[in-house]
Write a protein that binds this ligand. Structure first.
Ligand code: UDX
Length: 430
């Protein structure tokens, strides 16, 4: 099939490259000429494992990029909206980019004769595709959705860093649609993937995405709450969760307690779901607690540190890990941010290190010291806080010898104190 993809961020680029890999004719649309040029040169605008290989393989053959909506709409049958939905200041999602993309698509569809289907892949609160996107498309295309204009919602469940793998090997494919024709067109795009398609209506598809992320975030906050209790009882929470996760009704994934969840999805999506509930006069107390536990969790790192090192002012503290998780340079909602902020309030001299994310963190904290290795960050430090689950941190051992005081607060269960000589080890929840 012929597909156009609006937006070349991580969801759009991965969707484009993977649809090309599935044999479809793909046109990426982006208003940023630099991204268009990059894609046409075979370089993805974002880093994702395996993405560059796929782009190189398909670009110029069945994958191209353009900034020309008319060209893309004329030459494809389906357009996916894969643009960002950032949080606005009041925590609600900002739909201005989705609205702008819908308007541009609508205008281009107006000058086309054939049937065209628009699919929302961006994460939007229930009711948005039907309310906002549909009305803008109908206004600018002068068509009626469900008749000569198809409309669908197809959420993504892609983890950053693993997005290509997740796209091609999904646990589920959800297609929400206004009418049967749109459902069969969108479902047909995934024909060669070995996974059943769940067909629902538009707002159910939107809700499935939020509930999926809210449930995973809830698992993490639950594990963190249990971890905090275990710590006070002197119990290793990882042993507890290892056993609990064997219950097939619970499953072992996402029960790792630690400094909490970050990233571009979990915090934003849980807050947006809370906002939607409140708009409907329902107070979602469980979801509020999921966020509250997640905000308090990283600060406990500092409390544990202060128990051991009561005067932090002017003390050299190594912070290892700035990305919100391993294998990414993304620092959005990273749990290191509130920790560094708190340490700065207390006057600490911070020496931070991350294998990929230091440049991004420099924009948030330009005045702390950035080391070029874990070893360099640790040299002369009075304490070390381990914030991100990078594999290279799991191998740290003799590097701690260069510290002034070998005090380590592990926020991710990365190191085994039995293996470390003379290190004062404190786990966050264990
Ligand atoms: C997530 C979802 O997994 C994905 O399906 C969705 O579409 C986008 O959001 P991502 O944000 O890339 O993906 O990160 P993920 O790997 O899920 O981890 C999120 C955060 O939770 C990280 O900060 C991680 O450190 C934390 N986490 C994860 C835990 O604290 N404990 C766990 O057990 C698992």
């Amino acid at each position: 099939m012929r597909v156009s993809i609006v937006g070349s961020g991580y969801v759009g680029s991965v969707t484009a490259a993977c649809f090309a890999e599935l044999g479809h004719e793909v046109i990426c649309i982006d208003i940023d000429e630099e991204k268009v040029r990059q894609i046409n040169d075979g370089y993805p605008p974002v880093w994702e494992e395996g993405l560059e290989e796929l782009m190189n393989k398909h670009v110029g053959k069945n994958l191209i990029a353009t900034s020309d909506y008319d060209y893309a709409v004329q030459n494809t049958d389906v357009s996916f909206i894969c643009v960002g939905t950032p949080s606005s200041d009041n925590g609600e999602i900002d739909l201005s980019i989705v609205a702008a993309a819908s308007k541009s698509l609508g205008e281009s569809i107006a000058s086309k004769n054939a049937y065209h289907t628009v699919v929302v892949k961006s994460t939007v609160v229930p009711g948005t595709t039907e309310g906002v996107v549909r009305s803008i498309l109908e206004e600018y295309s002068a068509r009626k959705a469900g008749e000569t204009l198809g409309l669908a919602m197809n959420p993504e469940f892609l983890r950053e860093g693993r997005a290509v793998h997740d796209f091609l090997n999904p646990d589920k494919i959800v297609v929400g649609s206004l009418d049967r024709r749109s459902d069969s067109i969108v479902s047909g795009l995934y024909r060669d993937i070995d996974c059943e398609v769940t067909s629902v209506n538009l707002r159910t598809a939107e809700m499935i995405k939020y509930v999926n992320n809210a449930f995973l975030a809830t698992k993490i906050s639950f594990a963190n709450e249990v971890g905090n209790i275990c710590k006070r009882l002197g119990i290793d929470t990882y042993q507890v969760m290892d056993a609990v996760g064997r219950d097939f009704r619970i499953n072992p994934a996402f029960l790792n307690s630690g400094a909490g969840f970050g990233g571009s999805c979990f915090p934003k999506d849980v807050r947006a779901l809370i906002g939607s509930a409140k708009d409907l006069d329902y107070y979602p107390s469980l979801l509020e607690s999921v966020i509250e536990v997640n905000e308090l969790q990283p600060l406990q790192m500092v409390e544990i540190l202060e128990d051991k090192l009561p005067e932090i002012k002017d003390k050299r503290i190594a912070v290892l890990g700035l990305a919100f998780k391993n294998d990414t340079d993304d620092i959005r909602e990273s749990r290191s941010i509130p920790v560094i902020r708190k340490l700065l309030e207390k006057g600490a001299d911070i020496h931070a290190y991350d294998p990929l994310a230091a440049d991004n963190m420099k924009k948030v904290f330009p005045d702390i010291t950035y080391a070029s290795s874990a070893q360099e960050a640790l040299e002369g430090a009075q304490a070390c806080l381990l914030m991100t689950e990078w594999d290279e941190f799991r191998k740290l051992n003799t590097e701690f010898d260069s510290m002034d005081r070998k005090l380590l607060v592990d926020g991710r269960y990365l190191l085994d104190p039995e293996e470390l000589e003379d290190v004062e080890y404190e786990g966050l929840c264990w």
